[in-house]
Design a protein around this ligand. Structure first.
Ligand SMILES: *Cc1c(COP(=O)(O)O)cnc(C)c1O
Length: 394
């Protein structure tokens, strides 16, 4: 017996739910790439994306996934043999570093605690020891989608400033842009990159890189530049140069609609919505964790991300729980990845999500915990409902 018919609830941390209005905006014929609408859409996106990154710098749009955005960011500012410092906090910064290594960049990893955010004091200490100023760039993620941690970028910026180190600060905000506050200029971020398919509610296939003056300065010297990613080429006069070829039209139409929706809601309101839904989720997980089989991966409450919650399960394969949710209830949860494979599941609350979607997911998990006999504290869903009822006033 299952109760899974009905709309499937996708609760994986990317790709996320695509609003019907975004799907509808893409449902149109191809158009001329040399005139009219296409040029207007490009123009409006290049004007609006910096508002979301909160920068006066430039933004570049690539037909690529997040990994492509990583490569775009690295190749435009680095040279072979230069050193970058990767701030470990879960999985994704390490992946970005691996990519740099393969390009001939020297990669040093500042080890982190897998259940904690990056320690800004450890960063300041490492940078202070770099008296020869060999570290050219620092790579860090805002939210690590595997561990569920959020790093304090303002504190990381202060740590760098405290030792007056000139390294570029490069941030992956794939899983946080549109979901948590991000302030590129205020936090001294030189290069930021993101993708379309998480907080920005658009299908996978677009990557964005934002770069300030300092990044463009490094770009002049960088020898890893290649034609497809190259900012200089993309800043050329011809419209096709903005995409290094044919514009990914339909994704751009979708993105245009998604940004309209985000601005209509208000960026701050969207960020507040994510905070509320994340906290509702954490209220449920906290209840479940009253028995010892279930726990937050991220130990400190203030270091837990507002776009994804990673939950450890002991004494039972977490895949039993996600299988149950998918097969019996039509709810698709994220699995543990990297070191957490076979040890955790992930609840995404990112992008186009509202309260009943979160309640539905939490209710299915609670049902699975009961049906599978995984010990857990009762009333998780109730705690989530009551929390939101207190916060969202008439
Ligand atoms: C999803 C994700 C990526 C990778 O994006 P892809 O589109 O899968 O290449 C990179 N960094 C973070 C933090 C992510 O969550």
């Amino acid at each position: 017996m299952t109760v899974s018919r009905g709309r499937e609830f996708l609760s994986i941390p990317g790709p996320t739910n695509i609003p019907d209005a975004v799907l509808a905006a893409m449902h149109r014929p191809a158009i001329d790439i040399y005139a009219g609408d296409m040029i207007a859409v490009t123009h409006s996106l290049l004007e609006d994306l910096p508002k979301i990154f909160r920068t006066t710098g430039r933004t570049y749009i690539y037909a690529a996934n997040g990994h492509g955005g990583w490569e775009a960011a690295l190749t435009n500012v680095l040279s072979r043999g230069e050193t970058v410092l990767v701030l470990e906090s879960g999985l994704f910064a390490l992946g970005w570093g691996d990519m740099a290594r393969m390009m001939g960049v020297k990669v040093e990893v500042l080890k982190g605690n897998p259940r904690r955010a990056v320690d800004p004091a450890a960063l300041a200490q490492r940078l202070a020891a770099d008296t020869a100023r060999e570290i050219k760039a620092i790579l860090v993620v805002q939210i690590d989608t595997a561990s569920g941690v959020v790093n304090d970028l303002a504190a990381i910026h202060r740590a760098i400033a405290s030792v007056v180190h000139p390294a570029l600060l490069m941030v992956d905000c794939v899983a946080s842009l549109g979901c948590m506050p991000f302030a590129m200029d205020e936090w001294g971020i030189d290069v930021a990159m993101a993708g379309s398919q998480k907080g920005l509610m658009t299908p996978p296939g677009l990557a964005f890189v934002a770069a300030n003056e300092r990044a463009h300065g490094a770009h002049q010297r960088a020898d890893l530049r290649t034609r497809y990613w190259d900012w200089t080429f993309r800043n050329g006069e011809a419209h096709y140069q903005k995409y290094g070829g044919t514009p990914p039209q339909h994704l751009l139409f979708g993105l245009r609609k998604a940004l309209d929706m985000l601005f209509e809601e208000g960026l701050d309101a969207a960020i507040r919505r994510h905070a509320l839904l994340a906290e509702a989720t954490r209220h449920a997980v906290s209840r479940w964790a009253e028995a010892d089989a279930v726990a937050f991966n991220i130990v400190r409450p203030e270091e837990r991300a507002n776009s994804v919650t990673t939950v450890l399960v002991q004494g039972r394969e977490p895949s039993a729980l996600s299988d149950y949710c998918r097969e019996k209830c039509g709810v698709v949860l994220g699995r543990g990845i990297g070191e957490l494979q076979g040890r955790a599941f992930r609840i995404a609350h990112m992008g186009h999500v509202n309260a009943p979607m979160v309640f539905g997911v939490l209710g299915a998990i609670e049902m699975a915990l009961g049906a599978l006999g995984i010990p857990h504290g009762r009333g998780g869903l109730q705690a989530a409902v009551e929390y939101l009822g207190r916060e969202v006033r008439p």
